[in-house]
Design a protein around this ligand. Structure first.
Ligand code: ADP
Ligand code: MG
Length: 699
């Protein structure tokens, strides 16, 4: 129990309304921005800083500058040209005048200024009867707050219309935060002095003070480092707890090698790569241990994940349990089923696929087979575990192309009374720093080696004017017995036009350019059986050129195809190009990828250059991460785990590794954060990750 004294004392958990300057209206607006306690306020970090070095006087301005100017409001009001109304404010400093202009919907701005106001404005400088900035960003300053005169670094705070409408601009935040610091007294650190020292961190209190009221740029950087560290640390605590929760589940022991595995090895027509062998060793260790497997298998397209999944399944089945293989789409599931069945039939493992739209009798037969244990491997989409299906003994779930097997999916299984080992496979290489952040709760295995018989694909970027040569080249390849893909982009926003372009291309190839060959066409809007028919013909080399929209991205294996032309390659993202290209180079022939670039932007030039430089999926994903940030690698839901305000997944590799090490060490020694020295960590963790509590075992 709190003593009465500490009860009345202000601390981090104190409600924001206890602060002077926060009435009910402001409290409501703050709450909408997620600020309810003093802690929340102190973690509301500045969006940028003003300091002497970033400010320009009006006389120093040049057209095109992105500038910060501090001055006084000398005039403002509505103006009119023949064409339109606008609002103008004139800002003056000792060197000149600057016009700030707002067009459209300008009523909100009309009561913002009084003559003599001290303000800072930001924006791009233009020239129109003198210097002007259109729609500048601006902040009110107090007289004693001008960094040019005071030498201070001045924080500016984020805040939408909600906050501004109750007067909570940067100036108000600076005041509130100052008041909070005066009230609050000492802020306890989550970390011991030793940890702070060993990791060269600023103490928490100092970091919080410095991020809001920096004494110097150096202090500010140290503060940002410390608070970034904290963000990564608490995410890694989540990862450590989740990993622990899975580990604590009693799993099965699958330690018999069994006849199926032996027979399967006999059937495999190639030697496993050493990467495949290493991964299998890791998996076998998981299978034979009494805790649950929760493993992510990463490997580039064509690296041979399927055979690893099959061998894993064979072990589990040899120990008397069943396997479910789930893919995100039915096409992909079918592809897997075909691959699996081919081997399963030979070694007498009973496999089946569950599809949507099956005949009732067929479906019933499969369901019965699963219930009695007659069916040993079932392939399907994620519906497999969501529906009313019963297994006799589900021992392993293999999930393909889903970046994680969600904790909630695991929970669903457990609630149904199963606790299978889980193997997640992905061909999207995830940059290392992201892998330990987002998959920090899984063990990761990597196949980083392609089968030896693979010849690296050659890739060239080409202009449309060079297409005749490309077509000649294709003719030559086809005459040598090879086949060719031509891929057109298709995105939802321009679906109609994109489909038409692909269709037109197909007609032109068929009737003119490649008259002498058979040309096929598939697209996503096609009926499944029509598409299958075309694919089948292509697989049998009855069709030499297959024109398609991006549908071939998913698992298609035609080793005889040696050329891929990607039209409008500048419209594809890096990982998509990489996935597409993975459809060739799968056989014994040298393969070629031609990227037809019809538009140049700096970024697309860069992307296509990366593609022609490397075929290494990890290198490509690193580049992709640099270009587009981490969001694209994960669904929005997963992305939500990261409560980052300062953290940067691209730049923070070193911090992430340190913070992870510390977090895992702590959870290893105190798995429920119950020890008194971890109380602060526990409190902040529970505050930040409330919604995860049902999925982790934190006592
Ligand atoms: P992934 O699923 O990783 O994209 P697959 O498992 O489909 O790759 O393998 C691609 C092709 O390579 C398949 O035809 C497979 O039979 C073959 N393959 C797998 N491992 C090897 C190996 N060690 N040596 C030669 N070929 C292999
Ligand atoms: Mg096990």
């Amino acid at each position: 129990m709190d003593t009465p004294q500490s009860f009345y004392q202000t601390n981090l958990e104190t409600d924001i309304t206890y602060l002077k300057g926060v009435g009910p209206k402001r409290a409501e607006a703050l709450q909408k921005s997620g600020i309810e306690t003093i802690a929340d306020l102190l973690h509301h970090y500045p969006r940028r800083y003003l300091d002497r070095t970033t400010i320009k006087s009006i006389a120093e301005l040049r057209v095109g500058d992105e500038a910060v100017i501090i001055g006084k409001v000398s005039a403002f009001g509505y103006r009119k040209t023949r064409k339109r109304n606008f609002f103008q404010m004139v800002l003056s400093d000792s060197t000149g005048n600057l016009q700030c202009v707002w067009f459209n919907g300008i009523s909100w701005i009309s009561d913002k200024f009084t003559v003599g106001d001290h303000i800072a404005v930001f924006g791009k400088v233009e020239f129109f009867n003198g210097f002007q900035i259109i729609h500048p960003d601006f902040d009110m300053l107090d007289k004693d707050e001008d960094p040019v005169n005071t030498g201070r670094i001045l924080p500016l705070y984020p805040g939408g219309a909600d906050l501004k409408s109750v007067g909570l601009d940067s100036r108000a935040f600076r005041k509130l935060i100052k008041t909070a610091f005066e009230k609050i007294g000492k802020i306890p650190d989550y970390f011991s002095d030793i940890v702070v020292k060993e990791n060269a961190l600023l103490e928490l209190e100092k970091a919080l003070r410095q991020i809001h009221l920096p004494d110097s740029n150096d202090e500010l950087h140290s503060a940002i480092y410390r608070l970034k560290y904290d963000e990564h640390f608490f995410l890694q605590i989540l990862m450590a707890l989740r990993r622990k929760s899975v580990r604590e589940l009693q799993g099965r022991i699958f330690d018999k090698r069994g006849a199926f595995v032996k027979e399967l090895y006999r059937q495999i027509p190639f030697e496993l790569t050493s990467a495949q062998i290493n991964v299998l060793r890791e998996i076998r260790k998981d299978l034979s241990s009494p805790s649950c497997m929760n493993r992510l298998l990463q490997g580039d397209v064509g690296s041979g994940k399927t055979i690893v999944a099959l061998l894993t399944s064979a072990i589990v089945i040899g120990n008397g349990a069943q396997v479910a293989l789930m893919a995100p789409t039915e096409i992909l599931a079918e592809q897997h089923y075909k691959n699996f069945k081919q081997y399963c039939d030979k070694i007498k493992i009973v496999s089946a696929m569950l599809k949507g739209g099956m005949k009732k009798s067929e479906r019933t037969e499969i369901l019965t087979g699963l219930k009695t244990g007659k069916i040993q491997i079932i392939v399907g989409t994620h519906a497999l575990i969501q529906s009313d299906i019963e297994f006799q003994d589900l021992g392993l779930v293999i999930v393909d192309e889903q970046h994680r097997f969600g904790v909630d999916q695991r929970k669903t299984l457990i609630e149904k009374g199963w606790n299978p080992d889980v193997l997640v496979m992905t061909a999207t290489p995830i940059p290392r720093t992201l892998a330990i952040t987002y998959h920090g709760d899984m063990d990761v295995s990597i196949i980083d080696e392609l089968p030896k018989n693979r010849i690296p694909i050659k890739t060239k970027v080409t202009e449309p004017t060079n297409l005749e040569n490309v077509y000649d080249f294709i003719r030559k390849e086809i005459k040598n017995g090879r086949q060719c893909f031509v891929v057109y982009p298709l995105i939802e926003e321009s679906e109609k036009m994109d489909l038409k372009a692909a269709e037109t291309g197909f007609q032109r190839f068929k009737e003119k350019i490649f008259k002498e060959f058979k040309v096929g066409y598939i697209h996503g809007k096609m009926k499944a059986d029509e598409r299958d028919e075309q694919m089948e013909s292509f697989a049998k080399n009855e069709i030499q050129i297959l024109v398609s929209t991006t549908v071939i991205e998913v698992g298609i294996d035609i080793p005889n195809a040696s050329v891929m032309v990607i039209e409008n390659a500048e419209r594809f993202g890096l990982s998509q190009l990489h996935q597409l290209r993975g459809r060739i180079g799968r056989g014994e022939h040298q393969s070629y990828c031609v990227l037809v670039q019809r538009k140049h932007t700096q970024e697309s030039d860069y992307r296509l250059n990366v593609m022609s430089r490397t075929i290494n999926g990890f290198e490509i994903s690193d580049e992709d991460l640099k270009l587009r940030g981490p969001g694209q690698f994960f669904g929005t839901r997963q992305h939500g785990y990261m409560k980052a305000k300062l953290a940067d997944m691209v730049q923070d590799g070193a911090i992430i590794r340190q913070a992870r090490h510390l977090a895992f060490q702590i959870i290893d020694s105190d798995s429920h954060l119950n020890q008194p020295e971890h109380k602060q960590i526990r409190n902040r963790f529970l505050r930040e990750y409330k919604e995860m509590i049902p999925y982790i075992n934190i006592g």
